[in-house]
Design a protein around this ligand. Structure first.
Ligand code: AMP
Ligand code: ZN
Length: 116
């Protein structure tokens, strides 16, 4: 997709420091880290969101989870981590290209959500 920042990162048109890359997937630090470890895992191919993914994307998304696990450990979140996929307006998704946030570090990430 021409106007998508994460497509451009995946294509190497916008610089990002890849901590992982293969033919289909890249991972790089979030530009505004919320935790000591905060990495984004994205498919190079444009998928708008988890809500728009189809069964044909499921193998790729499974691989992204495996990558997320290995990166979390290698990036220093050795005793667990959290994977977040913000989806659509209710989920607070700002970049409309599917991505997984891996957040962690030496200390617990904390409560998942504030109580309503
Ligand atoms: P979300 O709210 O799940 O759509 O989060 C999008 C994330 O992308 C935010 O945490 C941003 O800080 C991050 N982000 C936006 N642009 C870049 C960029 N060029 N490089 C790295 N992370 C980015
Ligand atoms: Zn895209």
């Amino acid at each position: 997709m021409t106007d998508c920042i994460f497509c451009k990162i995946g294509a190497g048109e916008i610089p990002a420091k890849f901590v992982y890359e293969d033919e289909d997937i890249v991972a790089f630090p979030d530009i505004q880290p919320q935790r000591p470890v905060h990495i984004l895992v994205i498919p190079r191919r444009h998928i708008v969101s988890l809500a728009e993914a189809t069964p044909s994307d499921e193998a790729l998304m499974g691989r992204m989870l495996g990558v997320a696990n290995r990166i979390a450990t290698s990036q220093g979140s050795t005793d667990g981590f959290r994977v977040i996929i913000n989806t659509g307006p209710i989920g607070g998704q700002e970049v409309m290209h599917l991505h997984m946030h891996i957040v962690g570090g030496p200390d617990p990430v904390g409560p998942m959500l504030k109580r309503v």
